[in-house]
Structures are given as C-alpha cells and as structure tokens.
Design a protein around this ligand. Structure first.
Ligand SMILES: [Zn+2]
Ligand SMILES: [Zn+2]
Length: 263
C-alpha cells in the first residue's frame, strides 16, 4: 500500500468528483492521504473532509505565500485548531518561498518560527515548503533548534523537494524526511534525480501535491492521489529496486513521521 503524504483535496478542482478521486486512489493502492492546509481559512473544510472520509488526515498551517493575511499568527491559533480533531496530525504547510517578487522574508521567517515552536509544544511534525530561501531556512532551523523539536523523533518533512544537494543533506542532518513529488518524473529533472538517487529510501516519502504537478505520464492533467503510483515507480527505477520495496519503506516512513495516525 502507498500513501499520498501531501495533497490539497479541499480545492475547487476536486469539488465535483471527490468520491471518484478517492475511489481511484483506493483502486491504485493508496490507503491514506494527508490533505494539507495552506491558509487558516481552509481549515474548516479540512476538518469536514477528515471527519467524512476515514482514509483522510489533515494539517493546519499557513503557506509562505499567504503569510501577509496572517501576520499575527500565534502558536495558540495553531493549537486550538489541532485540538479540534485527533485527525489533524501535522503543522503546515509552512516555510520560506522567495521565488516571486515582493515576498516578505522577515514575515515569512517569523511565521515559520511560529510553526516550529508549535511543533515543539504539540509534538507534531512540520510540513516544510521550501523554494529559494534555503540559506535562511537552515539558519532558522538552527536558531530554533528544530532538530530537537520532538525528542527522538523527526521534526518533519521537506515536501515536494526540488532544492540543492547541499540543502537536502543539511535537512537530513537535522532529522528531516525528504518528500518526492511528480517533479522527479519530469524530463528536465536530471539534477533532482541525481540527488534523490543518493538519498537512502529510509529518509524518503512520496506525495502528489495534487491538484498540482501531475507526474509523467499524466503531466499537464489535474493531479490526484492515485497518480502517486507513477512517482513511486519512477523512484524504484531510479534506485534500481522493486516498486514493492518503495511502497513498503516510504509508507512505513510516513507512519513513523505522522505518528498520530494509527498505522
Ligand atoms: Zn508547497
Ligand atoms: Zn502543497
């Protein structure tokens, strides 16, 4: 069985056919999905979804693109939402994204630090979004002592990894998992594949980030959890191991990280 460690199922893209989407996931052997929160305004829908569908779990957090709407975010805001359901199992997605012009680095860092602090207080893993701000990210990880966020446990996952080799290893050193998305199947992703090839399977998760980033051979379509199979297959090929092994180990890693989910 596989899991989709990161998708956005509450988005309007799935409004018409969520039941079919979940059915196809099941048919494809995807037993569990984590539907990710990018803005607090999404949280009530996430609660609805995880209460309605057994195989779904959720998170709470503010994406770096959306920090301007939540400049006062506190650990209490996150805690109150986490306490609404035992199926809210992680914090994020949160992080740094300096890709688009006009980003507010100080605010992004402050909001990320709030998630890190909440992770420590609530013993919950972080779902980290990282684009371009790698140096600041590692600096913040160290300033907040994120490696020790959860005694003896991983502090979280770098989702949809597409960064540098240096960043990957610094994140691994600090106990993070690295999550592999459909980007790893794209033609232009040779550099990424070279990095992923070297990272032990014990440190990897798989995800879709649906509705975005559909893997080859579905590229260009709306992504959905069933397509995580293509990413897992690509990873197996890349590492020269069986699909079954990828399935087994990445799923085990997922339950180890998101330890509020009964495995
Ligand atoms: Zn993201
Ligand atoms: Zn996402």
């Amino acid at each position: 069985m596989l899991v989709d460690s990161h998708c956005h199922l509450i988005y309007p893209d799935f409004q018409k056919d969520i039941k079919d989407v979940l059915h196809r996931a099941k048919e494809a052997g995807v037993e569990c999905m984590l539907t990710i929160c990018a803005r607090l305004s999404e949280f009530d829908s996430i609660l609805d979804f995880v209460r309605t569908y057994d195989q779904l779990y959720g998170t709470v957090g503010v994406h770096p693109h959306d920090v301007k709407d939540y400049p006062e975010l506190s650990t209490l805001d996150l805690k109150e939402r986490v306490q609404k359901s035992s199926k809210i199992v992680g914090l994020g997605e949160c992080g740094l994204d300096y890709y688009y012009e006009g980003y507010n680095a100080p605010l992004q860092k402050r909001i990320l630090a709030t998630h890190i602090e909440a992770g420590k207080k609530l013993d919950l893993p972080l779902i980290i979004h990282s684009r371009e701000g790698e140096h600041d990210m590692i600096k913040l990880f160290d300033e907040t002592d994120v490696s020790n966020n959860r005694t003896g446990k991983s502090p979280g996952v770098i989702h949809c990894f597409s960064g540098t080799k240096e960043f990957a290893y610094k994140a691994l050193d600090r106990g993070f998992y690295i999550s592999v998305s459909g980007i790893a199947t794209f033609k232009k992703s040779d550099d990424l594949r070279a990095i992923l090839k070297e990272i032990p399977l014990e440190n990897l998760l798989v995800e879709t980030d649906a509705p975005y980033l559909a893997p080859v051979p579905q590229r260009g379509k709306r992504n959905e959890p069933a397509f995580v199979v293509h990413t897992a297959k690509a990873l197996a090929e890349l590492k020269g191991i069986s699909f079954k092994k990828v399935e087994q180990v990445t799923t085990q890693n997922f339950y180890k990280l998101f330890d509020k989910i009964p495995a």
